[in-house]
Design a protein around this ligand. Structure first.
Ligand code: ZN
Length: 141
């Protein structure tokens, strides 16, 4: 597939506001899998804990899993900060994210996409509390 000009400057894209996109890295892994260079064993390695969180949160997207194409992807948000668990704290809602973003701590948020069917998982986006506060998103859910 050849589409328009794309930045080829590394794996992550800085989108301003201390937000980093990992979609390019994610897409290139999916392509490697589709070309047969990676097996499911290589990439569908979600930790049991991550799968458990993903099932509990049930924040399913409309996007099919690119690997098994059998299930919808789930987005799991984690918050990392000085007063949070070392492995990060899974967030149940946007309201929870906003609450943490308003705290004075240096909190970083990671969005991970997970397929609870085959175990595919990849980091999608990382942003800090400042970026989270500026997100023009009014609460739904
Ligand atoms: Zn899957």
């Amino acid at each position: 597939m050849r589409t328009g000009p794309q930045s080829s400057s590394g794996e992550a894209t800085l989108t301003g506001l201390s937000q980093v996109e990992y979609r390019l890295a994610r897409d290139s892994i999916v392509r490697e899998y589709q070309r047969g260079r990676l097996s499911r064993l290589d990439i569908c390695d979600a930790q049991p804990e991550l799968l458990r969180v993903a099932r509990n949160l049930r924040r399913t997207t409309e996007v099919d899993c690119p690997i098994c194409e059998d299930a919808k992807l789930v987005h799991v948000s984690f918050a990392f900060g000085p007063r949070l668990p070392p492995g990060g704290r899974p967030l149940g809602s946007n309201a929870e994210l906003q609450t943490l973003a308003r705290s004075k701590d240096e909190v970083a948020f990671y969005i991970v996409e997970v397929c609870t069917e085959c175990g595919w998982n990849h980091l999608l986006r990382m942003f800090n509390a400042q970026a989270a506060r500026r997100r023009p998103r009014s609460g739904r859910g």
